[in-house]
Design a protein around this ligand. Sequence first.
Ligand code: AHR
Length: 658
Amino acid sequence: MFAALAVAAGMNAQTNTFDINTSKVGAPIPSTMYGIFFEDINYAADGGLYAELIKNRSFEFPNNYAGWIISGRVSLKDDGPFKKNPHYVRLAPSGHRDKHTMIENEGFFGIGVKANAEYRFSVWARVPDGGNAKIWIDLVENATMTDDQKIGNAGLDISGKEWKKYTVTLKAKKTLDKAHLRVWGDSKVTTDLEHVSLFPVDTYKGHENGMRKDLAESLEQLKPGVFRFPGGCIVEGTDLATRYQWKNSVGPVENRPLNENRWHYTFTHRYFPDYFQSYGLGFYEYFLLSEEIGAEPLPVLNVGMSCQFQNGIEHEDEVHVPLDQLQPYIDDCIDLIDFANGDPATNQWAKLRADMGHPEPFNLKYLGVGNEQWDYEGNPAFTKRLKIFVDAIRKVHPEIKLIGTTGPNSEGKEFDMLQPRMKEIGCDLYDEHFYRNEEWFLKSGNRYDNYDRSKKAPKVFAGEYACHGKGKKWNHFNAALMEAAFMTDLERNADIVEMATYAPLFAHVEGWQWRPDAIWYDNLRKFNSCSYYVQQLYSLNKGTNVLSLTMNGKPVAGNDGQNGLFASAVLDKNTNEVVIKVINTGDKLQPVTLNLRGMKKGTYSAQLISLHSDDLTAENTLDNPTKIVPQTSSLSVTAPAQEISVPARTFYIYRIKK
Ligand code: AHR
């Protein structure tokens, strides 16, 4: 089929000759090369990956009843059993046979339930006056024409004055994306309720405090090499008090204090006043998930600075941490390494990890210090702090690779100031970010070819990137194609690029603040974007070693005379395959001769994987999730040379069995 296409459409095109040296094995491809970046933006955690279905389960939002509709005699109390989440509700008898006391939760854009699936309801409760009480739990369809709104129901007996955890399982009779949960108080006895929770029983790997299965499976299917968490700007906080504090995110979920989420108010044109961080998905869960999806965990911690976009340098010591007061922040880094790797017998943080269910270490190897930070002329606000962190952490944990940053820009004044500083300070890697348009991606195919390769030069972590189409800022095919083209540069330069993570990862279709994103969902469905498939194609076809691929002696990187082509090649020692990636970003089919140098004359079996759309603005959607997905076919390839044709706007991967 592909040969026929070539004949039909390729009449006038000049042939492009790629020389692939299959016998000279180049730099190893780091196992961390293609990874994922997680931030609680776009309802990625609460309302997304974290499978909790109840919003404001601990009644700690600034409006304590946010997410709840209350009815009858409900009152708010603040002397509950969990010190960091002191509020709870008291449900008193209504005082009349025909009146009722009830609380109803709306979930995150509703509660998604599936017919015949089971849901675990749990609550901390007591009968303050002693004795026994019965509460009823209903899953309801509010807007129904049927006689009964209930689509699931269970009763729960509560007894005694002591707070206890009660659990009951409900089965949904119907699939519904916007159900509500009602909890009815006893008609005769006052009952206190705290931490009202509802999870699907079927979470990823079955954990009770677990992840939404379909979303976690999308992550697993990426086979990511590294998993960066928890962000992003939320690491910094609009102010220091609201920065992400990992110590608040571990231990019993009931006692993890609520934090605000800056994405609630960052954009007034997409405002989400009920967006908070419950920390139910906390650092223990992040480490566990990393382990379960086979990725190296990569936490990023605060460097003693609040978000620099939101706070300049005026009043530096008020908005950022004064240099002589950094120790608690440095301790957070050191204690985190101990939490992940330490011995529970000798370290309190390691003991907490063991108590939470993971006595074995998580084998943390990397730590990011600071997110998007930068220096000012005459005031190295960031790097003066970073150096203190790096020196202090190294003394205690020289085995951990420390990651600095070159700030939010891929080039320019701040980038130029920061890049050499990362080397001087002795970072092992630095984090580069680039949300850029098509033009930038097309021009950046040689970005890493001339980077500093000296022994002490830090490696690159392309920690946040995505093509933000000019005037077309969504997950269309063209953005993914630009990313695929650019990624040949990461691959070719695998000797200095150690890891790269597309960003952001997740977005709820009703709750997003930022796009494009890799994976989209509503309460029941999901789709992987074209950009997701580009990431997956690189990850599944990353091979083990770089092979040289050139055209007229130069890398194929969309340069003049290269007809919009980008290409790279790797060897997969595990399967003994040569893997060639070719991206045609132009609007004409391109004939290419693959000179397979070092391969004996003969015919070889191969696979061709293709990602293509005739419509550059097309995208996958919830209703059509597989509109643009990779297609695989088998073929044979001849050595020493094979003619191929790469259709316009296409990403091709050849896997040739050596
Ligand atoms: O990915 C969204 C945001 O982009 C991140 O929070 C931040 O690091 C960057 O500016």
